[in-house]
Each structure stands twice: as C-alpha cells, then as structure tokens.
Write a protein that binds this ligand. Structure first.
Ligand code: F0G
Length: 357
C-alpha cells in the first residue's frame, strides 16, 4: 500500500468493487493536530480528521464512491436515498459522474441550503417531504422495494465499506492506532463503518489494539447516548428529534445496534452536547484552528471538551475527532452567529473610522 496515495482506493483489496470505480478522488483528507484547542483542554494529542475536504464536502463521498460503483457493477439503472442533506448531495454528485438518475427525499425545512444547492445542481430529482428524516427513510425504502431503484442509504452495506477507510487513513497518518476515535452520530452508520474496518485490520494482524469508539449526539436527538448511559440492550427511538445540527436530527438510527456493539466492545462511550456547545465549538475550530466545519461536525470535538470537563478522558490519550462536513454546507447557521460586514462609503477616512484607527 505504501506506494499508493492516501485515498479510499488505496485500500481497494478491502473493498467489494471489481470494476473501474466511479471516483472523484475521495478520501486522503487532512489530519490536523489541534494544538491550541488541545492545550486549552489539557490534551497534547488531539487531532481532527477533516472529512469536509472530500469532493462534495462531507465523508459521505467515501461511501458513495463505493456505493455508486456497486450500483454500476450490479447493473442498477437508478439510485435513491433519504437524507438530512449530505447523503443527497453526495449521491447527486456520484450519480452525475456515473451518468445514472438519482432521486433524493429530504425533510422539508430541515436541510441546510448548501446541501440542497448541491443536490439540485448535480441533477438529482429532489423531493421535500412534510415529515422528518426517519419518515423519509421509510418512504424511500418502500419506493426502492416496489420500484427497483437502488437504495444508497447506510442500510446499504457497500456504503459503509467505503466509510470504513476513515479509520485506515487516520492510522496511516498518525503512524499508530489512536487511543480514541470520536464521531458525531446520526443514523450511526459512520461509527459502525469505522469499527468494522478496524476489526478487519485487527483480523489481518495489521493492528493489535482498537481505539475506544466514542459517539456524540445532540441533546435533542440522542437515542444512542441514552441506550449507552442506561445500559439498554437496544436503542429506543425518539419521536420528535430536534437540533440545530440538522445533519444529525435523527430519532431512529438504522445502524444503532451496530453502534452499541462498537462502543461497548471497545470500552468507548457516548455523550450528548447542547446546540450551544456545538456552536461554540464550531466557532472555536474556525477561529482558533482555521478549520471550517458544519455544526454536526463540531459535535465530535464539543463532545471531547465535555468528556474532559467530566474527567472521563485520560489527558495522555491520542484522540482523533472526525469532523464530518464543511463549513459552507450550512452558511445560514454561520451568518446568524457572526456580526454582519460593516458597510462604509468608499473612501479612506470611512475605512479608518470603521477600523477605529
Ligand atoms: N455529520 C454529518 C455532517 C452528517 O451529514 C451525518 C449524517 C453525520 C455526521 C452522522 O453520520 O448518520 O453515519 O451517524 N448525515 C446523513 C445524511 C444522515 O443524510 O446526510 P451517521
């Protein structure tokens, strides 16, 4: 592998695709050392893997390059998904690259504008339903079963095959297995995918320890956290999930049981963070580290800040937080938090006065 560049397809022997993949150079995302934020928290080895640097601006591209390649390999004619936004943007991009039609179902009024813009521009058929993501997923599932479209939500195992490469890359970049990998959890596909990949590396004797898998949810949409804290055997769904981090506004995660196994078997944990804690971390990542992420993505690092404050983290741990989507996905939430630009007359005295000089 060493001669191959960092990317999803560096690990092709561990992926199910046997044709030329539908690819736009996904993966190979930066792993940043969070020096300033780490110092503030008393952590020497805090890292962020910036999945917003993928072709469509989120980790979903890792799943879609494999998922859409499999659709072609299996000779499927059209693809579909339900989405809180990023999956639909990514599916639209990869369906365009493959030259096949895509249908995406979104919860009306709860999808960030950048994601809708991508799905529309890349040519997907975009349907907004008057209902939440969990309902959209049930509907698209029925549609695919009855009308032969190929479902590319994370129920589709090939999606998760692509996403497992996040863990492979993090290990390659760090040069060792981190003590902990932290992910924001919505439908719980990504945390399950990363765990599966690590089990494969362990079975191949490439690694001999597993990181503590740690899942972070928003307080208003945290069924997995509840199941972990109350030691429930299964996840109980939430009827009306609510959070400003619209990407993870999910009450009935389809991969929840796998996530519970990942967290429990590795001695990891799950924690919830409030919308205010998420936004505060979004600003801190942007202003103290130069890393622009959408709110759901900031949840992973916000979760670590909370766990450190609770005394639940050993300060010597090597911690990789996956930040899942780019800042520009959700410009409205950004603008609402910031002072507006200062408009002035076009002369130097006005400029100096605006700068208090
Ligand atoms: N972060 C972002 C930015 C996401 O878009 C998602 C999920 C997650 C985290 C959670 O990942 O579902 O694998 O636990 N977005 C899906 C979507 C649901 O439709 O785009 P997960």
């Amino acid at each position: 592998w060493d001669a191959r560049p960092l990317s999803v397809w560096r690990y092709k022997e561990l992926l199910p695709v046997h044709i030329e993949p539908v690819s736009l150079q996904e993966g190979g995302t930066p792993l940043y050392h969070l020096k300033r934020l780490g110092e503030e928290m008393g952590l020497k080895h805090l890292y962020a893997k910036h999945e917003g640097m993928n072709p469509s601006g989120s980790f979903k591209d890792r799943g879609m390059t494999v998922g859409v390649s499999m659709a072609i390999q299996l000779k499927k004619k059209s693809v579909a998904c339900a989405s809180t936004g990023n999956t639909s943007a990514s599916l639209a991009v990869y369906a365009a690259k493959a030259g096949i039609p895509a249908v995406v179902l979104l919860p009306a009024g709860h999808v960030a504008v950048g994601k809708i813009a991508q799905a529309l521009m890349h040519g997907a058929k975009v349907i907004s339903i008057r209902g939440n993501f969990d309902r959209a997923l049930e509907m698209v599932h029925d549609l695919c079963l009855t009308h032969g479209l190929y479902l590319l939500n994370s129920i589709n195992p090939y999606r998760l095959e692509g996403q497992k490469t996040i863990g492979f890359e993090a290990i390659d970049q760090l040069g060792c297995v981190p003590d902990r990998i932290v992910l924001p959890v919505g439908n719980a596909g990504n945390i399950s995918a990363v765990y599966k990949g690590l089990l494969e590396l362990e079975a191949l004797d490439f690694i001999n320890s597993l990181p503590k898998m740690t899942g972070i949810q928003a307080t208003g949409a945290s069924p997995v956290v509840r199941a972990i804290k109350e030691n429930l055997p299964v996840v109980q769904t939430e009827e009306n999930p609510e959070t400003l981090a619209s990407a993870i506004r999910i009450g009935a995660p389809v991969n929840a049981e796998k996530a519970l196994v990942a967290i429990r078997k590795t001695g990891g944990t799950a924690e919830s963070v409030t919308d205010d804690e998420i936004l505060a971390m979004q600003r801190d990542l942007a202003r103290k580290e130069g890393i622009g992420v959408e709110p759901a993505s900031a949840a992973s690092v916000a979760g670590i800040r909370k766990l450190v404050e609770m005394g639940a983290i050993d300060r010597d741990e090597k911690i990789v937080c996956v930040v899942t989507g780019h800042l520009l996905k959700d410009p409205e939430t950004v603008i609402k938090q910031c002072e507006p630009p200062i408009e002035i007359d076009a002369d130097l005295p006005s400029l100096l006065s605006a700068l208090h000089l």
